[in-house]
Design a protein around this ligand. Sequence first.
Ligand code: ADP
Length: 806
Amino acid sequence: MSGILLVDDRSENLLALEAILEPLGHRLVSATSGDEALRHLLKDEFAVILLDVQMPGLDGFETAELIKRRERTRHVPILFLTAISKEPQHVFRGYQTGAVDYIFKPFDPAILRSKVAVFIELHEQRQELARRDEALRREELAALEAESEERYRSLADAMPQIVWTAGPDGVANYVNEGWVVYSGLSLEETAHDGWLTTLHPDDLARTTALWEEALSSGRLFETEYRIRRADGAYRWHLARSLPAYSPDGEVAGWVGTCTDIDDRKRAEDAQALLVEASAVLGSSLDYRRTLAQVAQLAVPSIADWCGVHVLEDDGSLRELAVVHADEAKVKFAVELQERYPPDPEDETGVPQVVRSGRPELVPDVTDEMMVAAARDELHLDLIRELGIRSWMCVPLTARGRTLGAISFVAAESGRRYEKSDLRLAEDLARRAATAVDNAQLYRQAEERAQAARVLASVGDGVFMVDGEGVIRLWNPAAEAITGLQLQSVLGRPAAEAIPGWAEVGIRIPVAAAPGPTAPRSETLPLELAGRELWLSIAGVAIDDGVVYAFRDLTEERVLERMKTDFVATVSHELRTPLAAIYGSAMTVRRRDIELDDDVRMRLLDVIADESNRLAEIVNDLLLASHLDSGELQVSIERCDPRELVESVLEAAATHLPESITLALKAPDAVPWVAADRGQLRQVLVNLVENAIKYSPDGGPVEVELEEAGQMLRFAIQDHGLGIPESERTRIFEKFYRLDPNMTRGIGGTGLGLYICRELVRRVDGRIWVEPRRGGGSTFVLEVPLADPHLRPARPRRRRRKSPARR
Ligand code: ADP
């Protein structure tokens, strides 16, 4: 209730006023000075003020002025009480300072009381009005607030996003319909830490830390996490929460939203997974290892379990990898798999996918499915223990061939596979299958390349004839041995491409199949390009034809024949001097015949010469064997070729048949050569002796010396038997003789030219034979010219050469 302030410096006046106004029943407050009145006004509210004008200190007018200056008290009506100042000027000042009335002393108590009563009533009415105004304003405001809140809520409820608000402590006080539908949680269940129960376990710690940090700092909270949907599936959301501030700058609450970014996130994850998987698959050709690595990548990004099965050659399914984040669970699954291996005939699961080559997706694995898949009660219990919720399996298919399958299982994550997941799995499987296929192709290509390399480098001729008798393979050794080029035989019937094949083909043994034991081979002659080839050949039947392998035995056969010939020749060569020695010795020993000294000396000469001849044959044999074994020492020095040739001719002249003449043709200055003097001499002796020996009808034998570039050329020319063109290289082979049967009676071992060739080679020289126009041969020998710094050879003691044998 409002009071009445009475102000008068005289207490008796105050008492009188109190007595007059008491019956009004209002609170009366008295003040004896202007100051005191002001103090009361500061702490109290009054309906009316009765103010004495004449007061010591602040007088009534001054006090009124101060009252009117204050906002809170300006409207309080003031009644001036005065005993004296009735002049209009005085009264005017009173009204000017805000007086509503003047009451002159002595005053009528009844009039004063009624005047004051009127002001009090007025004051109370004004107060009532103000109260009503305030109430009305509040009501309107509340209605407005309710309306706008309703509008916001229906807006928030209509949004696809999750929207919530919370108090400054972060406890939710509103959640929109989107949240309730998504999470299945009411506001009460969400508030406090209820919402945290919907977070993916892997995101929980990180999110809680971030939220607490936002609450304490009052800063924006923004992060991505997975929220469990009412059906148990987790989906990625972008969560944002902004603080709302009160006018005084304090955090008044939080407004938050969660936007579903699962599709984007999955697409990103899928892309990252595919990129990573491609890198792994391309890193090695060991596809068993890379497939296992890909399974590792799939967990946990797209599956809780990932398994890879490959189809073995025998049609069985082998589990290549099984992956789960928990090692103990993997062990469990492997044991389960061993105990209950997949039956390739199964109508469901991996076997079915591998057989059909079509993917399978089971978004919700029901209990009936588990029952159907279980082999027995125990199996069912074990499957249930894995907690499988969703399953998909995609075939590993490349170039129309199914190589295996990859299975993805969702269990504890609560994930539910959808078509988009299946597409990702198929993409992954496609890449994996291509990698497996590439690895297999590469291995096959590598094996083929290796086989081709082996075939190309093997010394044996190898060729393949298909079921139609057409040559499908012809290796370089086959080319080299037969001289038949690849392009001339490949794709042609063997009977046509290989001369004589039709006749010999039938005789070649063919083993039924390749095996550990070498097939029996046959040695056959084949007439190719005018020369006879002896081949040891055998065949092996393969799926689409026969593979033949052969070896050239021609040389061996020739050598074999030469050896036989050599034995005959050498025995003859040895027997002839032995017979002469034996005959001469026997004659000398006879006592019954008187031999004159001359005859005796000739017989002894025969013995000496023939022994010499025997020694030479043995020396040649020894020298040839030294050359073969590389034991022969060569000491290169500067030799005078003219001096050498002269000494050789001189020696030959001692036993020259009458029909032969010897001549040397050389320029005045012949440069010296670099050679082993003894060995070069032996070569020249051999060539001159041959020229004499193989000129049975006589004729001139001429040695010509001539400089040829960096070489000195010796040409030994005869008018003898000559050498057919086809034999011109062969005569330099060991034991090779043109006339092994000595039909012309000219003996020899076939070693001389072989020794010449080998000795010449060792001083970097060359030797060959040319036909002489008009009959006979020219043996040409080239020896490098000597470096002037080389040590000169000391001329050796000349050895007497034995006469040629006929
Ligand atoms: P040999 O004379 O002991 O038989 P060689 O190696 O010296 O052995 O010669 C090999 C073959 O070359 C001889 O058997 C002979 O048929 C032939 N030959 C060598 N020199 C001549 C030549 N000047 N004229 C014709 N034939 C020759």
